[in-house]
Design a protein around this ligand. Sequence first.
Ligand SMILES: NC(=O)c1ccc[n+]([C@@H]2O[C@H](COP(=O)([O-])OP(=O)(O)OC[C@H]3O[C@@H](n4cnc5c(N)ncnc54)[C@H](O)[C@@H]3O)[C@@H](O)[C@H]2O)c1
Length: 383
Amino acid sequence: MNGLGIAVVGFGWMGRVHTQAYARLPHHFPQLSLRPELVTVADEVPGRAEEAAGRYGFASAVRDWREVAADPRVRAVSITAPNFLHREIGVAMAEAGKHIWIEKPVGLTAEDARAVADALGKAGVQGTVGFNYRNAPAVEAARELVASGEIGTVTHVRIRLFSDYAAHPEGALSWRYERERGGSGVLGDLASHGVDLARFLLGDITSLTADTAVFIPERARPTGATAGHARAAGGELGPVENEDYVNCLLRFASGARGVLEASRVSVGEQNNYGFEIHGTTGAVFWDYRRMGELAVSRGSSYQDQPVSTLYVGPGHGEYAAFQPGSANSMGYDDLKVIEAYHFVRSVAEGVPYGPTAADAVASAVALDAMARSAEQGTWVDLG
Ligand SMILES: NC(=O)c1ccc[n+]([C@@H]2O[C@H](COP(=O)([O-])OP(=O)(O)OC[C@H]3O[C@@H](n4cnc5c(N)ncnc54)[C@H](O)[C@@H]3O)[C@@H](O)[C@H]2O)c1
């Protein structure tokens, strides 16, 4: 097995999750011909990269990500810094010939995502995007059920992404709430995953109309460095510049209709992500919090048709890499191990596996359209 020199840029929540996924990769996917080697980690907060190197075993730690681009030991880079850096770092890494595993939403706009996709294409390197929910074996199973006609022709879908991570009024005014550094709000944060799920399960979206709202218009500025969703009580107040909530109607190329709703401020909702897909003869339901279960209704009864639980198992997606039998729970981190597998396999074989920069562009185009629709109060064609 050959080594693959890895760097991680931005060591907050996602930086840690990517790093742990690399470490677990040989345990779950020993068939890979490349073995990740943690070469260097970059973070601009003093001491953060050093601490990560000490804890996780990176050979070196730096503050400036440009040193990563120039490091010949590094062949593949996780870009887990805030959204406003995705484009600059993504393009620079691609131009330096590095393969990238980049977090969603890949920049602030569709133009940013396109710039990263173009740079990857020009450099001939691989790019995997952090749309992790499609890696859940149950989501793969749902996709297969839908594609094989088990629920008839899909008529409509409801996709929800409700969370409370920004529900506390004392949540710090971090980069996430600023246009310049975070771009959109819940659109990029959660609806981006919803659009990816919609496309993964049901194919292309052709047009949409959306409504957005800000429910917590001011937050306290943080007094120090933030990571994740820190609190900042008592600090000077500043404006929340992007949306807390979106509700969107979708039309698919197949003729199906959809509703996508996402919120970062829903009290009482913790990672309530999922979908309900309805077809002419059945339905499929998934709740991320019961990741290994699909509720399926199929048959020919139309009315009063029972719903049964399908526990995913070794035959579904990459489940077999984790557990030998059905109904053993998988977790969020496991989805990231699968994503790391797709990434390293793409590098090893020179062909993409899993969501690519093209998927990020398609998601970002839909998000831009949602923002435009909310502003103009009209339907927007995605072209
Ligand atoms: N796929 C998912 O489920 C998921 C979940 C959370 C976040 N994300 C995405 O991951 C990215 C990071 O989010 P997070 O929650 O880890 O944020 P975070 O705030 O916890 O971490 C970001 C890190 O980047 C560092 N950073 C900032 N500027 C930097 C620079 N110039 N150079 C190097 N490091 C820099 C910060 O110091 C911080 O340590 C975002 O794009 C976000 O959308 C994806």
